[in-house]
Ligand binder design. Structure first.
Ligand SMILES: N[C@@H](CCC(=O)N[C@@H](CS)C(=O)NCC(=O)O)C(=O)O
Length: 206
């Protein structure tokens, strides 16, 4: 989405995480997507890739230039990466129903927090789309996976978040990157039935 937002030309290669090619492991030491190769240098970790792109291509900035405001955005991105996304994976990977109920409650707690940021604005960090929205959006696209495998969705009462998610779905950046629902659901099947054995399953499985 950042590449599209800034109209940076790129080649896109999908990786089968169940059978990672050697060339991919050479450029992505954690064995994870995404990775970005730029002139012989490879970057990984999506927040760091996004930081690089915003700095190297300053047109249509997604992070504030003001250091304090930018730091606030990075705190939210860190929250999404290290507090919210792991719960998504844990709910999907854990086969125990009681534990799943606990993770569902944790997700609602995170929804409360995101909704509180949207009380008087459409976007998470101000009047315009920014990196914080782009960091959270893919996980709302993936809520359909939790609906399918764990009977969990965004409750209707979260009006602010629904409004935000509806605005996200209008973005050209979203249309240019979205995965069809069928393949998206299928790609998480092995996480949901407990047969995934990749690095994410090992790290997030409980
Ligand atoms: N912190 C990393 C996380 C990336 C990540 O978890 N990628 C998953 C797929 S969404 C992956 O490639 N997992 C490899 C595996 O399961 O073997 C980032 O933000 O780039």
């Amino acid at each position: 989405m950042v590449l599209l937002h800034k109209e940076i030309p790129f080649d896109y290669t999908e990786i089968n995480l169940a059978d990672k090619p050697d060339w991919f492991l050479d450029i992505s030491p954690y064995g994870k997507v995404p990775a970005l190769a730029v002139d012989g240098t490879t970057l990984y970790e999506s927040a760091i890739i996004n930081d690089y792109l915003d700095e190297a291509y300053p047109e249509r900035r997604l992070l504030y230039e003001d250091p304090l405001k930018r730091a606030e955005q990075r705190i939210l991105i860190d929250y999404i990466s290290n507090r919210f996304i792991p719960v998504f994976y844990k709910l999907l990977l854990n086969q125990d129903e009681e534990a799943q109920e606990g993770y569902k409650k944790d997700l609602l707690y995170h929804f409360d927090y995101f909704a509180s940021l949207l009380e008087d604005r459409i976007w998470l960090s101000g009047d315009e789309l920014s990196m914080t929205d782009i960091s959270l959006l893919p996980w709302f696209e993936r809520l359909i996976v939790l609906e399918r495998y764990r009977d969990f969705g965004l409750p209707a009462s979260y009006e602010n978040l629904h409004r935000w998610w509806n605005a996200c779905q209008e973005l050209p950046e979203f249309h240019g990157t979205r995965t069809d629902v069928g393949p998206l659901i299928e790609s998480y099947e092995r996480y949901a039935d407990g047969t995934a054995s990749g690095s994410t399953a090992k790290e997030m499985g409980t």
